[in-house]
Design a protein around this ligand. Sequence first.
Ligand SMILES: Nc1ncnc2c1ncn2[C@@H]1O[C@H](COP(=O)(O)OP(=O)(O)OP(=O)(O)O)[C@@H](O)[C@H]1O
Ligand SMILES: [Mg+2]
Length: 310
Amino acid sequence: MARRPPLLSVALPSDTGRVLSIQSHTVQGYVGNKSAVFPLQLLGFDVDPINSVQFSNHTGYPTFRGQVLNGSQLWDLIEGLEENDLLHYTHLLTGYIGSVSFLTTVLQVVDKLRSVNPDLVYVCDPVLGDEGKLYVPQDLISVYQQKVVPVATMLTPNQFEVELLTGLRITSEEDGLKACNTLHDAGPRKVVITSALIDNKLLLIGSHKKAKEQPPEQFKIEIPKIPAYFTGTGDLTTALLLGWSNKYPDNLETAAELAVSSLQALLRRTVEDYKRAGFDPSTSSLEIRLIQSQDEIRSPQITCKAVKYR
Ligand SMILES: Nc1ncnc2c1ncn2[C@@H]1O[C@H](COP(=O)(O)OP(=O)(O)OP(=O)(O)O)[C@@H](O)[C@H]1O
Ligand SMILES: [Mg+2]
């Protein structure tokens, strides 16, 4: 019988890896997988996307159409990969998930991938809502708390999501750090609060618990706030954090500086381009200039520096 060719990214492992990315897909525009796959590819990863939904455009437009994948359809794809011995991943990335049944299947996927590669890194963006508004059914929160957070390697909530997951209010930097400790105790070694508005400043707060007996290394990055609202930036942030923290596994600060700096360059370009097109960028939610910013994604200049706590 003819020998099947090996999966080259397993036979010849790279220092990047193979990511299974389970996120939304939009035909037009950049959110979910459309916002995460390209930058990860630019950073050298093989990325296998599973589209949890396929919509014409993101849901912030007046209308959208398309299809939603359910849990058993997700599992079908996983079984197809397994039948052909194609389930070897170094990373799993998940973002917006809209139902308990889909989230429960994602948990089965985590187990399955870890049975093939016990070192699988699971990067979870626990998308629940933003600025006090819930985007998902209420009953998803307890599934994230009890089942998902414990198996995540890196968690990237925003301020509101941290509050929902920990039950703690975040009104100061100290609150943010305490909440990171609570999340570490529940599982993930790396926690990044990707955006928090504290004392009228936009902050990213990072926390890396390197060893059980030691307190986590914690830092913040102050982000210059642009007077505009963008879609897909949260998904892009998590993808960039995955990419850079794989290159700097022991230095979450550097990873976050690189992620934030490239994102800021992209956002500045986005605003400039809307202005050039004669549109006031502060009046509506904007699509990001992802493809046009590929140089800044591949080799960012660090413009946003981390400040260590303690
Ligand atoms: N108006 C803005 N000005 C400056 N930076 C911004 C702005 N909007 C988004 N960002 C950047 O995008 C990152 C992610 O923020 P965003 O609010 O889009 O997602 P999130 O709410 O933190 O995460 P998620 O939605 O994935 O849970 C921030 O860390 C920041 O770097
Ligand atoms: Mg936000």
